[in-house]
Design a protein around this ligand. Structure first.
Ligand code: PEP
Ligand code: MG
Length: 328
C-alpha cells in the first residue's frame, strides 16, 4: 500500500467526478518542509511557529525567527505556506517566559494562551510580525491567528502586523507582495459572530482538535473521554455545515487543519460538507489522496445533506457502510 501511495505523489487529488481538493500538510520544524515535496502536497496549511519557541532554551531572537521562516518559504518554493502566530501558554508554558500573571491555571487549554497571551505581550507579537514580514519580502505572506474568540482580537493582531509593515515601508525595506490574514476557528463562540468577521478575512481555517474539545467540553487528550470526542457526530458535522455556508457565500477560502482531516472517513465527510481544503499530517497525504480519487463528490454531498437533516443513530457506521458500498 505504501508503494501505491507513493505512486500518487505526482497525481492531483481530484474526485472521481472532477472536483479538485486541496491537500496541504501541517508542519512545525524546518525539516518538516521536505514533506511537501515527498508527498506532493499543495503546500503547508499550518506551520506551527511555536515549535521553535518550545525547543529553544531561550526566547528565539527576531533574527533566528526570520531565518527559520525564510528557510521554510525557500524550501516550499512556489507552494503556499500559512504561518500560524505563536500558540504558547496554557499547557505550552515556556521556562524563559514569565507566565506568572496567568496564575495557577486549572484549565490550561482554556487559559491564557495563543492570541490571548500574544496580544498582551506585544513585544513578542511585534518581533514575530517583523520576522515574518521580512522573511516574506518579495512573496505572498499568509499569516493566521490562533484561538480567535471575538473579531476584535483578529483586528488587533492584524493591526500589529500592519504597523510593522508600515514601519518597514517607511525605511524603504522590501516588503511582501501581499500579506493575507486568516483566523483559526477553534473557539465555538467565534461561529456565532463569524458574519461580522468574514468580510475582513482572507481565509479561515478550522482547528478541529481544539474545536471538538470545546464543543463537547471533553479534553482532547483524556482517554476516558475519547468516545465523547467524535468527529463523526451530528453535533460536529452540523456545526461545520453551519460555518461552511457563510464562508462560501462571502468567498472566503475555508480549510480544516485539525487531525480530523487526515482520517479518510472524516475527510470524506468534510468533502460532503463542502470543505475541500485540508491541511493534514504528512503521513496521511497518500491515504487521503487515494480516497479522494475514488470519491463521487456529488453523491457524498447529497448523502451528507440527508444524514445531517435526520441523523442516523450510528453516523460513523452509516458512513463506513456508504464508503464500502461506493468502493471508496
Ligand atoms: C487545532 O486545534 O485543531 C489545531 C490545528 O491546532 P493545535 O492542534 O496546534 O492546537
Ligand atoms: Mg488549536
Amino acid at each position: 500500500r505504501r508503494a501505491a501511495f507513493n505512486a500518487l505523489r505526482t497525481e492531483p487529488p481530484v474526485t472521481a467526478d472532477g472536483h479538485r481538493v486541496t491537500v496541504m500538510v501541517n508542519a512545525g520544524l524546518r525539516d518538516d518542509v521536505a514533506a511537501v515535496e515527498l508527498t506532493g502536497a499543495d503546500g503547508i496549511g499550518l506551520f506551527r511557529t511555536e515549535f521553535q519557541f518550545l525547543v529553544s532554551a531561550t526566547l528565539p531572537a527576531r533574527e533566528r525567527q526570520q531565518r527559520l521562516y525564510r528557510d521554510v518559504l525557500d524550501a516550499a518554493g512556489d507552494k503556499p505556506v500559512v504561518f500560524r502566530t505563536v500558540d504558547i501558554g496554557g499547557d505550552k508554558a515556556l521556562p524563559y517566559l514569565d507566565h506568572d500573571e496567568a496564575g495557577e491555571e486549572e484549565n490550561p487549554a482554556m487559559g491564557w494562551r495563543a492570541l490571548r497571551l500574544a496580544l498582551e505581550r506585544e513585544g513578542l507579537m511585534k518581533a514575530q510580525a517583523r520576522a515574518l514580514i521580512e522573511a516574506g519580502a518579495g512573496r505572498t505572506l499568509n499569516v493566521m491567528f490562533p484561538m480567535v474568540s471575538e473579531p476584535w482580537e483578529f483586528d488587533e493582531a492584524r493591526a500589529i502586523f500592519e504597523t510593522q509593515r508600515a514601519w518597514l515601508a517607511d525605511r524603504g525595506r522590501k516588503l511582501p507582495n501581499q500579506i493575507r490574514y486568516g483566523a483559526m476557528l477553534e473557539v465555538p463562540a467565534l461561529a456565532e459572530v463569524l458574519d461580522l468577521l468574514l468580510p475582513r478575512l482572507d481565509f479561515l481555517s478550522i482547528g478541529t482538535n481544539d474545536l471538538t474539545q470545546f464543543l463537547f467540553a471533553a479534553d482532547r487528550a483524556h482517554p476516558k473521554l475519547a468516545v465523547r470526542y467524535d468527529w463523526l457526530s451530528p453535533s460536529i458535522l452540523r456545526f461545520l455545515a453551519r460555518v461552511t455556508a457563510p464562508a462560501r457565500a462571502a468567498g472566503v477560502p475555508l480549510a480544516v487543519c485539525g487531525e480530523m482531516g487526515g482520517r479518510p472517513l472524516e475527510a470524506l465527510a468534510l468533502i460532503g460538507l463542502g470543505i475541500d481544503r485540508l491541511s493534514i499530517t504528512p503521513a496521511a497525504v497518500g491515504p487521503i489522496k487515494a480516497m479522494v480519487r475514488t470519491l463521487d463528490r456529488a453523491a457524498i454531498t447529497a448523502a451528507m445533506a440527508g444524514w445531517l437533516a435526520d441523523p442516523p443513530a450510528d453516523l460513523r457506521g452509516t458512513l463506513t457502510a456508504w464508503a464500502a458500498a461506493a468502493g471508496v
